[in-house]
Design a protein around this ligand. Sequence first.
Ligand code: PEP
Length: 253
Amino acid sequence: MSRKPLMAANWKMYKTLGETREFFEAFLPKIKDIEDRDIVIAPPFTALALSCELVRGLDNIRIAAQNMFHEDEGAYTGEISPLMLKDIGVELVILGHSERRHIFGEGDELIGKKVQAALKHGLMPILCVGERLEEREQGLTQRVVETQLQGGLKQVSNGEVENLVIAYEPVWAIGTGKTATPELAQEVHQFIREWICKKFTSTIAENLRILYGGSVKLANVAGLMAQPDIDGALVGGASLKAGDFEKIVRIEG
Ligand code: PEP
Protein backbone atom coordinates (compact mmCIF):
# COMPACT_ATOMS: atom_id res chain seq x y z
CA MET A 1 0.00 0.00 0.00
CA SER A 2 1.55 3.31 -1.00
CA ARG A 3 -0.96 6.09 -0.75
CA LYS A 4 0.71 9.47 -0.49
CA PRO A 5 -0.93 11.47 2.33
CA LEU A 6 -2.88 14.54 1.25
CA MET A 7 -3.35 17.39 3.71
CA ALA A 8 -5.94 19.91 2.56
CA ALA A 9 -6.97 23.28 3.96
CA ASN A 10 -10.52 24.50 3.47
CA TRP A 11 -10.52 28.20 4.22
CA LYS A 12 -14.29 28.50 3.74
CA MET A 13 -15.38 32.19 3.62
CA TYR A 14 -12.24 33.54 5.26
CA LYS A 15 -9.31 35.66 4.06
CA THR A 16 -9.03 38.77 1.95
CA LEU A 17 -6.29 39.09 -0.69
CA GLY A 18 -3.98 40.72 1.86
CA GLU A 19 -4.55 37.91 4.35
CA THR A 20 -4.02 35.32 1.63
CA ARG A 21 -0.69 36.83 0.66
CA GLU A 22 0.33 37.01 4.31
CA PHE A 23 -0.52 33.30 4.79
CA PHE A 24 1.52 32.14 1.79
CA GLU A 25 4.46 34.37 2.68
CA ALA A 26 4.62 32.63 6.05
CA PHE A 27 3.60 29.13 4.91
CA LEU A 28 5.63 28.46 1.76
CA PRO A 29 9.10 28.78 3.37
CA LYS A 30 7.95 26.43 6.17
CA ILE A 31 6.87 23.63 3.83
CA LYS A 32 9.68 23.93 1.29
CA ASP A 33 11.29 20.64 2.31
CA ILE A 34 8.11 18.54 2.40
CA GLU A 35 8.03 15.90 -0.34
CA ASP A 36 6.31 12.90 1.18
CA ARG A 37 2.81 14.37 1.16
CA ASP A 38 0.63 16.54 -1.01
CA ILE A 39 -0.58 19.86 0.34
CA VAL A 40 -3.73 21.50 -0.95
CA ILE A 41 -5.15 24.91 -0.08
CA ALA A 42 -8.75 25.83 -0.92
CA PRO A 43 -9.13 29.62 -0.61
CA PRO A 44 -12.36 31.50 -1.39
CA PHE A 45 -13.00 32.25 -5.08
CA THR A 46 -11.68 35.81 -4.85
CA ALA A 47 -8.27 34.60 -3.64
CA LEU A 48 -7.88 31.69 -6.09
CA ALA A 49 -5.99 33.51 -8.85
CA LEU A 50 -3.56 35.09 -6.41
CA SER A 51 -3.03 31.75 -4.63
CA CYS A 52 -2.31 29.99 -7.93
CA GLU A 53 0.19 32.69 -8.79
CA LEU A 54 1.93 32.41 -5.42
CA VAL A 55 2.40 28.62 -5.60
CA ARG A 56 3.29 28.46 -9.31
CA GLY A 57 6.30 26.22 -9.95
CA LEU A 58 6.11 24.46 -6.56
CA ASP A 59 5.65 20.68 -6.64
CA ASN A 60 4.28 19.96 -3.18
CA ILE A 61 1.35 22.38 -3.01
CA ARG A 62 -1.72 22.82 -5.18
CA ILE A 63 -4.79 25.01 -5.14
CA ALA A 64 -8.40 23.84 -4.90
CA ALA A 65 -11.69 25.65 -5.32
CA GLN A 66 -14.35 25.11 -2.68
CA ASN A 67 -17.15 24.61 -5.21
CA MET A 68 -18.06 25.09 -8.87
CA PHE A 69 -21.00 24.69 -11.25
CA HIS A 70 -21.06 21.87 -13.79
CA GLU A 71 -21.70 23.82 -17.00
CA ASP A 72 -18.81 25.27 -19.05
CA GLU A 73 -20.53 28.67 -19.41
CA GLY A 74 -23.97 30.23 -19.61
CA ALA A 75 -26.63 32.27 -17.84
CA TYR A 76 -25.88 31.04 -14.31
CA THR A 77 -25.55 34.21 -12.26
CA GLY A 78 -23.15 33.86 -9.38
CA GLU A 79 -21.63 30.59 -10.53
CA ILE A 80 -18.09 29.62 -11.55
CA SER A 81 -17.32 27.02 -14.22
CA PRO A 82 -14.63 24.33 -14.38
CA LEU A 83 -13.10 26.13 -17.38
CA MET A 84 -12.72 29.31 -15.36
CA LEU A 85 -10.98 27.41 -12.57
CA LYS A 86 -8.64 25.64 -15.00
CA ASP A 87 -7.90 28.95 -16.69
CA ILE A 88 -6.32 30.42 -13.54
CA GLY A 89 -4.41 27.28 -12.56
CA VAL A 90 -6.73 25.62 -10.05
CA GLU A 91 -6.13 21.85 -9.95
CA LEU A 92 -8.68 20.45 -7.52
CA VAL A 93 -12.21 21.23 -6.40
CA ILE A 94 -14.06 20.38 -3.18
CA LEU A 95 -17.53 19.10 -4.07
CA GLY A 96 -20.46 18.13 -1.87
CA HIS A 97 -19.10 19.80 1.25
CA SER A 98 -21.70 19.50 4.00
CA GLU A 99 -22.09 23.29 4.11
CA ARG A 100 -23.04 23.17 0.40
CA ARG A 101 -25.40 20.27 1.05
CA HIS A 102 -27.10 21.58 4.18
CA ILE A 103 -26.94 25.40 3.95
CA PHE A 104 -27.30 25.72 0.18
CA GLY A 105 -29.45 22.65 -0.47
CA GLU A 106 -27.16 20.80 -2.88
CA GLY A 107 -28.35 17.24 -3.52
CA ASP A 108 -26.57 14.12 -4.73
CA GLU A 109 -27.77 14.52 -8.32
CA LEU A 110 -26.27 18.00 -8.66
CA ILE A 111 -23.09 16.93 -6.87
CA GLY A 112 -22.78 13.96 -9.25
CA LYS A 113 -22.96 16.32 -12.24
CA LYS A 114 -20.30 18.53 -10.72
CA VAL A 115 -17.99 15.55 -10.09
CA GLN A 116 -18.43 14.47 -13.69
CA ALA A 117 -17.73 17.97 -15.03
CA ALA A 118 -14.62 18.33 -12.86
CA LEU A 119 -13.20 15.03 -14.10
CA LYS A 120 -14.03 15.89 -17.71
CA HIS A 121 -11.97 19.06 -17.39
CA GLY A 122 -9.06 17.50 -15.52
CA LEU A 123 -9.86 18.98 -12.11
CA MET A 124 -9.46 16.52 -9.23
CA PRO A 125 -12.67 16.39 -7.17
CA ILE A 126 -12.50 16.04 -3.40
CA LEU A 127 -15.93 14.51 -2.91
CA CYS A 128 -17.20 15.05 0.63
CA VAL A 129 -19.60 12.64 2.30
CA GLY A 130 -20.81 12.39 5.87
CA GLU A 131 -23.81 11.86 8.10
CA ARG A 132 -25.64 14.28 10.38
CA LEU A 133 -25.86 13.63 14.12
CA GLU A 134 -29.45 12.39 14.02
CA GLU A 135 -28.55 10.00 11.21
CA ARG A 136 -25.66 8.58 13.23
CA GLU A 137 -27.89 8.24 16.29
CA GLN A 138 -30.41 6.32 14.22
CA GLY A 139 -27.71 3.95 12.95
CA LEU A 140 -27.96 5.33 9.42
CA THR A 141 -24.33 6.38 8.91
CA GLN A 142 -23.43 3.72 6.34
CA ARG A 143 -26.68 4.13 4.47
CA VAL A 144 -26.25 7.92 4.23
CA VAL A 145 -22.62 7.66 3.13
CA GLU A 146 -23.49 4.97 0.58
CA THR A 147 -26.27 7.12 -0.93
CA GLN A 148 -23.88 10.07 -1.19
CA LEU A 149 -21.21 7.90 -2.83
CA GLN A 150 -23.73 6.44 -5.25
CA GLY A 151 -24.99 9.90 -6.23
CA GLY A 152 -21.60 11.54 -6.40
CA LEU A 153 -19.95 8.76 -8.39
CA LYS A 154 -22.94 7.76 -10.49
CA GLN A 155 -21.39 8.41 -13.86
CA VAL A 156 -17.75 7.98 -12.93
CA SER A 157 -15.79 5.29 -14.81
CA ASN A 158 -12.92 3.14 -13.51
CA GLY A 159 -10.41 5.33 -15.34
CA GLU A 160 -11.84 8.51 -13.87
CA VAL A 161 -12.16 7.43 -10.25
CA GLU A 162 -8.38 7.20 -10.04
CA ASN A 163 -8.31 11.00 -10.32
CA LEU A 164 -10.56 11.60 -7.38
CA VAL A 165 -10.26 11.92 -3.60
CA ILE A 166 -12.99 11.24 -1.06
CA ALA A 167 -13.32 13.10 2.22
CA TYR A 168 -15.36 11.60 5.04
CA GLU A 169 -16.65 14.51 7.10
CA PRO A 170 -19.26 13.68 9.72
CA VAL A 171 -21.46 16.79 9.78
CA TRP A 172 -21.62 16.78 13.59
CA ALA A 173 -17.84 17.13 13.75
CA ILE A 174 -17.44 20.06 11.34
CA GLY A 175 -16.65 23.31 13.07
CA THR A 176 -18.00 21.96 16.36
CA GLY A 177 -14.78 20.96 18.12
CA LYS A 178 -16.15 17.38 18.31
CA THR A 179 -13.85 15.09 16.35
CA ALA A 180 -14.76 11.53 15.55
CA THR A 181 -12.54 9.15 17.48
CA PRO A 182 -9.88 7.57 15.27
CA GLU A 183 -11.65 4.21 15.59
CA LEU A 184 -15.02 5.60 14.63
CA ALA A 185 -13.56 7.45 11.64
CA GLN A 186 -11.60 4.35 10.59
CA GLU A 187 -14.80 2.30 10.60
CA VAL A 188 -16.42 4.60 8.04
CA HIS A 189 -13.23 4.95 5.98
CA GLN A 190 -13.01 1.17 5.77
CA PHE A 191 -16.65 1.01 4.74
CA ILE A 192 -15.98 3.58 1.98
CA ARG A 193 -12.95 1.65 0.70
CA GLU A 194 -14.90 -1.60 0.65
CA TRP A 195 -17.74 0.10 -1.19
CA ILE A 196 -15.29 1.46 -3.80
CA CYS A 197 -13.81 -2.03 -4.14
CA LYS A 198 -17.27 -3.48 -4.90
CA LYS A 199 -18.24 -0.73 -7.34
CA PHE A 200 -14.87 -0.39 -9.09
CA THR A 201 -11.86 -2.68 -8.51
CA SER A 202 -9.71 -3.71 -5.56
CA THR A 203 -6.70 -1.90 -7.07
CA ILE A 204 -8.70 1.32 -7.39
CA ALA A 205 -9.91 0.97 -3.80
CA GLU A 206 -6.38 0.28 -2.59
CA ASN A 207 -5.02 3.39 -4.31
CA LEU A 208 -7.87 5.77 -3.47
CA ARG A 209 -7.10 8.48 -0.93
CA ILE A 210 -9.77 8.97 1.71
CA LEU A 211 -9.38 12.05 3.89
CA TYR A 212 -10.96 12.68 7.27
CA GLY A 213 -12.46 16.07 8.06
CA GLY A 214 -14.19 17.46 11.12
CA SER A 215 -12.45 19.58 13.77
CA VAL A 216 -9.01 18.23 12.89
CA LYS A 217 -6.31 19.97 14.89
CA LEU A 218 -2.77 19.33 16.06
CA ALA A 219 -4.02 17.55 19.19
CA ASN A 220 -5.99 14.90 17.31
CA VAL A 221 -4.45 14.55 13.86
CA ALA A 222 -1.80 11.95 14.78
CA GLY A 223 -4.37 9.46 16.09
CA LEU A 224 -6.47 9.89 12.96
CA MET A 225 -3.52 9.61 10.57
CA ALA A 226 -2.42 6.39 12.29
CA GLN A 227 -5.53 4.59 11.07
CA PRO A 228 -4.96 2.29 8.11
CA ASP A 229 -7.69 3.78 5.90
CA ILE A 230 -7.17 7.46 6.73
CA ASP A 231 -4.89 8.98 4.10
CA GLY A 232 -4.99 12.63 5.02
CA ALA A 233 -7.15 15.39 6.40
CA LEU A 234 -9.45 18.15 5.22
CA VAL A 235 -8.93 20.90 7.75
CA GLY A 236 -11.14 23.95 8.19
CA GLY A 237 -10.60 26.22 11.20
CA ALA A 238 -7.14 24.94 12.08
CA SER A 239 -5.82 25.64 8.57
CA LEU A 240 -6.17 29.40 8.74
CA LYS A 241 -2.88 30.06 10.54
CA ALA A 242 0.27 29.16 8.62
CA GLY A 243 2.16 27.88 11.68
CA ASP A 244 -0.71 25.69 12.91
CA PHE A 245 -1.41 24.20 9.51
CA GLU A 246 2.27 23.49 8.86
CA LYS A 247 2.43 21.46 12.08
CA ILE A 248 -0.69 19.51 11.11
CA VAL A 249 0.68 18.84 7.63
CA ARG A 250 3.87 17.37 9.08
CA ILE A 251 2.20 14.81 11.35
CA GLU A 252 3.13 11.25 10.41
CA GLY A 253 0.55 8.51 10.39
C1 PEP B 1 -14.23 21.55 6.73
O1 PEP B 1 -14.46 22.71 6.45
O2 PEP B 1 -14.26 20.69 5.85
C2 PEP B 1 -13.95 21.20 8.13
C3 PEP B 1 -13.71 19.96 8.43
O3 PEP B 1 -13.94 22.23 9.05
P1 PEP B 1 -13.36 22.19 10.57
O4 PEP B 1 -11.98 21.58 10.48
O5 PEP B 1 -13.34 23.61 11.00
O6 PEP B 1 -14.29 21.32 11.35
